[in-house]
Design a binder for this molecule. Structure first.
Ligand code: EPZ
Length: 423
């Protein structure tokens, strides 16, 4: 495992233009869905990230052939002869679970490792399993694997996919991907509405699936006999874009983002405006400017179109420097607060009370050695370090590399001072 660290010297004031990459979290379920159509699928603009590589390895391991050339990823799904999601691969990336629904629909059976533990808290897969069972799948757990059979084909059903924390993004992706080839009509109630799920549904429609209600919590699917391979371009990464917006705020800078869809970031933009930050839409993205003063605000994470849990940590980093007190409440992953201890090492004033964190704004953050724990928590440490006084060392940068393409190059080009070292 590469053990890279970042040395980040601050404070800096970001100024310039960044092009946002395309969405990792849209790409992963779409890559898995190519299993549904035998042939050569061509995906454009996948981000160059370790999670995408892991998904390629997983697809290769079940019999597909993946090939990456520049901006284009070809996934040849002509043969899928090993419907087996190995623990050695799935434990590295939870999104490996995305192959379960497509494999079951294509092969009539699948065996996929239960995903392992995760720094953002306990993440069960019961909703995925329940949804597939409703379509007639027989599923049991054996030796850490989900063993599923479709018993002569999946059947359409009315499926309620809500869980204790609302909708589930990847469970919706799994059940939707399986339903498109099921016999008859499926109605998914309480479907996740995240733009990544919408992108998957649009991609499936392009493959020949019949889906209505796309973007809403009720998806209706008329099963079809077969799907054809596609050529498809993935949506921009709203979380990467949101992370750069917070970097502009924390450094009191100004940034222009290209390849950014502000309509996917309405909850974040609403919060930025209540923090007295100017955000404007442009033809292919947006502009943000922070003129020195950040107002405190309260944030509660919720399923889309609510405020995304994947931006909670980065907004906390900004609010550490706001004037006044903010309360941050996590309603998707109540334990997703690994960054609290690390930000506190940088002189932030934070108090955690169950799923709430009270942020008392301070005048300045002070550099310190810190530990990246998961993807978004690590991004928050980078945001804080850009504004902090001194040299911050961020350890375990591989967490950041899972979801941010060339983050140091992109930020250095707009005024950051980030050096990568191997230790
Ligand atoms: C997706 O994970 C994303 N991952 C996450 O991004 C993101 O944080 C999350 O959605 C929420 O938006 C990918 O797209 C690859 P969920 P997912 O199922 O689908 C509970 C990142 O940083 N739940 O929508 O696994 C669950 O515990 C990552 O890029 C069940 O109870 O999340 C949580 O409380 C991290 N049973 C809530 O639902 C289940 O079977 C929502 O989780 C499934 C989920």
């Amino acid at each position: 495992m590469a053990m890279d660290v970042f040395k980040i010297t601050g404070p800096v004031k970001l100024d310039g233009t960044i092009t946002v990459s395309n969405s990792k979290n849209a790409a992963l379920p779409i890559m898995a869905a190519t299993i549904l159509a035998g042939g050569k699928n061509i995906l454009h603009g996948l981000p160059n990230l370790s999670d995408i590589e892991v998904m390629c390895r997983l697809l290769d391991s079940i019999g597909c052939k993946t090939e990456v050339a520049n901006d284009t990823t070809v996934i040849d799904t002509t043969s899928v002869d090993n419907p087996f999601g190995d623990y050695e691969i799935v434990r590295k990336m939870r999104a490996g679970i995305c192959i379960l629904g497509p494999l079951l629909a294509r092969c009539g059976k699948a065996q996929v490792s239960m995903p392992g533990g995760c720094a953002i808290g306990y993440r069960p897969v019961d909703i995925h399993i329940r949804g597939l069972q409703e379509m007639g799948a027989k599923i049991e757990l054996k030796n850490g694997y989900i063993v599923a059979h479709s018993n002569g084909g999946l059947k359409g059903a009315n499926i309620f996919l809500g869980g204790p924390f609302g909708s589930s993004v990847l469970a919706t992706a799994n059940v939707l991907s399986a339903a498109v080839l099921a016999k008859g009509k499926t109605v998914i109630e309480y479907a996740a509405c995240e733009p990544e799920v919408t992108d998957l549904a649009n991609c499936l429609v392009k493959m020949g699936a019949k889906i209505t209600g796309i973007g809403s919590p009720q998806l209706t699917i008329e099963g079809v006999k077969e799907l054809k391979p596609i050529e498809y371009s993935i949506i921009p990464d709203r979380i990467e874009a949101g992370t750069f917006l917070t970097a502009a705020v924390a450094t009191r800078g100004r940034l222009k983002l290209k390849n950014c869809r502000l309509d996917h970031l309405m909850a974040a933009v609403d919060k930025l405006r209540s923090m007295r930050i100017a955000v404007e839409e442009t033809a292919d993205g947006c502009e943000i400017a922070c003129n020195g003063h950040i107002e405190a605000t309260d944030i509660t994470t919720l399923p889309y179109p609510g405020f995304p849990t994947d931006l909670q940590a980065q907004f906390m980093a900004c609010l550490c420097l706001a004037k006044g007190n903010s309360v941050i409440t996590e309603k998707i992953f109540p334990d997703r607060f690994m960054h609290v201890a690390e930000l506190s090492r940088m002189a932030a004033n934070l108090r955690k009370e169950g799923p709430h964190v009270i942020v008392s704004g301070v005048d300045k953050l002070i550099a310190a050695p810190v530990m990246a724990s998961d993807l978004r928590a690590s991004a928050a440490l980078v945001v804080a370090a850009l504004a902090a006084h001194g040299e911050t060392i961020v350890n375990r940068v591989y967490h950041i590399d899972r979801g941010y393409e060339k983050i140091e190059e992109k930020l250095n080009a707009v005024g950051a001072n980030i050096q990568r070292f191997s230790v």
